[in-house]
Design a protein. Sequence first.
Length: 203
Amino acid sequence: MPGATHHRSAIGLAVSLALVAFAFSHPAMSDQLKAPEDFAGSGDQVARSIDVFREIGRVLQHPRCVNCHPRGDSPLQGDDMRKHEPPVRRGEANIGVVGMRCTTCHQAKNIDHANLPGHPKWHLAPVEMAWEGKSLGEICRQISDPARNGGLSMDALLKHMAEDDLVGWGWKPDAGRMPVPGSQEQFGKLFAYWIKTGAHCPG
């Protein structure tokens, strides 16, 4: 019936408009990071610390981070974390091999029209700091251990996470790549709070 069809169309339009309004007023969870104060009522201190690290994990396990912390000899790329094309190897210093250094293609800044990420210090994390394929708990214990995190103390680890501008590239990737949630400043505050609560790790 024409009247019924018109009524259903009007309802459909109203629902669509409501969903659009909700989307604009409630940013996607993946775009946000919780603040330390959001964990104030999160159980005892150990449970709170673990909950904070789970939020930190939304950054550490994001493709922008894992792609440069591969377990193999080659980086990953893209939001689907596929093997790097063209094929490259990490080399002894994690900057590629002779004739195919990272800087052969990756310049000092992003080249958006070519979808090419860039940074002056572009390189892979050492294989000892590989995160690919690891659980969040395994990553947590690894970065907490100076024997497996490049000899960093907790203070140095915090500085790296909160201030290193190569880490910060994850929030400012080239066009077409999804940034990690929140901001580096928010991430640094979360990381500091995790340390303050005892730096406990998920199981």
